[in-house]
Design a protein around this ligand. Structure first.
Ligand code: PRP
Ligand code: URA
Length: 212
């Protein structure tokens, strides 16, 4: 398999198993939602592996000690609406005090170009680590535009987390934002003529929210 310098595939057996069930067209909407949540939680553990730490002095019941805690302002999780919403709870379960921003973005069905319709993140973005969430990285247009929007407000530390990535999207992210590491549960074969990831899992938003 081709490797990309900006891509980390999180291929833990539990993630691989759950992703297979997620892809299955027979999987119900309820189960699909549960699986997106569970995979996001498992992935979050790896995605946050290199977060900066600082040392503080704490008092155990027996003595004082130097110990590490996460450094800096609260981590910020940013789903790309709609489908990214399905990943939020799983990630926040691991980091309950994380802040949550939102970026509204949809892909024009004709042009496949992303259209931004909503943007809200916590203050002082320059001092935060961001995890951008979207289950699908297809052409990469939505993810790239979302990173551009975050950077325009001052964010400089962004990582992108998806479930299924297409090679085209990974390459696009590397071209547009080489500083942004992409974490995926799987790297699929290709995009089809309609911009769908193959083999993929279909339309993530529609399967999550039952809109088809
Ligand atoms: C899907 C998906 C990504 C985007 C990926 O969203 O959730 O945001 O497409 O495609 P790209 O990499 O080619 O930009 P969609 O536009 O269908 O919107 P939705 O989440 O509201 O359904
Ligand atoms: N968006 C999806 O939801 N699925 C794809 O395969 C491509 C874009």
């Amino acid at each position: 398999m081709h490797t990309y310098p900006n891509l980390a595939v999180i291929d833990h057996p539990l993630v691989r198993h759950k992703l297979s069930v997620l892809r299955d067209s027979q999987t119900s909407k309820k189960k699909f939602k549960e699986l997106v949540d569970e995979i996001a939680m498992l992935m979050a553990y790896e995605v946050t592996r290199d977060l900066p730490m600082r040392t503080v002095t704490i008092q155990t019941p027996l003595e004082a000690m130097e110990s590490e805690v996460l450094a800096g302002k609260k981590l910020t999780v940013v789903p790309i609406l709609r489908a990214g919403l399905g990943m939020v709870e799983g990630v926040v379960r691991l980091m309950p005090s994380a802040r949550v921003g939102h970026i509204g973005m949809y892909r024009d069905h004709e042009t496949l170009e992303p259209v931004e319709y909503y943007f809200k993140i916590p203050p002082e973005p320059a001092e935060r680590d961001f995890i951008l969430l979207d289950p699908m990285l297809a052409t990469g247009g939505s993810a790239s535009a979302a990173v551009t929007a975050l950077k325009a407000r001052g964010a400089s530390r962004v990582r992108f987390m998806c479930l299924v990535a297409a090679p085209e999207g990974v390459e696009r992210m590397h071209r547009d934002h080489p500083d942004v590491k992409v974490f995926a549960a799987a790297l699929d074969r290709e995009l089809d003529a309609n911009g769908y990831i193959r083999p993929g899992l279909g339309d993530a938003g529609d399967r999550l929210f039952g809109t088809r």
